[in-house]
Design a protein around this ligand. Sequence first.
Ligand SMILES: C[S@@+](CC[C@H](N)C(=O)[O-])C[C@H]1O[C@@H](n2cnc3c(N)ncnc32)[C@H](O)[C@@H]1O
Length: 211
Amino acid sequence: MSSTLATRLRRFVVVGRTATGSPDFSLVDLAGTSGRLDVLVRCVRAALLVSHGVRRDVIVYLVLLGAPARVVRIDGRVSEWLRPEERRLALIVQRALEERERARSPVIDHEDGPFLVLRNGVAVANGGLEVALASIPASSRRVLLDEDAPDVRDASLGDDDLTIVLGDHLGLDDAARAHVGHALAVSLGPTSVLAEDAIALMHNELDRRAV
Ligand SMILES: C[S@@+](CC[C@H](N)C(=O)[O-])C[C@H]1O[C@@H](n2cnc3c(N)ncnc32)[C@H](O)[C@@H]1O
């Protein structure tokens, strides 16, 4: 069953401090050759995939700050061929990064600001967190996932689209927090969990509020 519980968009922006923006990594040893892109790929699964379906109200932005800095955007409304296998999702990211390095490509559908949008709906841009955030409408409310913030269960999240920013295995540094600027910071509980699990917990909170 595919999930369309909420009508508003949830955008997850995952900041990968070491994840490579180059396609030159091995799918066989993803964690060891990509600056821990594996952490971000698992975030794609957690953000977009549910049992037997895709969350069509979710857009994921992988901010890859390992040189060259790039952003890969996977839009659940239009993306095709999404499957939960980590290797397959890593391949989708790798193909997008390859296309960014080509002058011309038959799989590029159109340009959307700094993003090249591929035929499978995945988009890729040069740049870092500022590029991802600038591409998101100002009406989307920013939420920062932060272990030390007040509990999300006490937070009013309103009815707006949400842009939810979180860190990778290294967490969010001061530079990332400065880029995010004004945001509602929330904790998901007393335990610092893996980034992918933070996404699952946030989805669960929003799903419960939506029914
Ligand atoms: C593995 S954690 C980062 C841990 C890292 N050692 C640190 O100190 O920031 C990955 C990200 O998930 C989010 N996260 C993890 N646990 C959380 C919690 N309990 N509440 C809110 N956000 C959380 C944060 O955005 C964090 O940067």
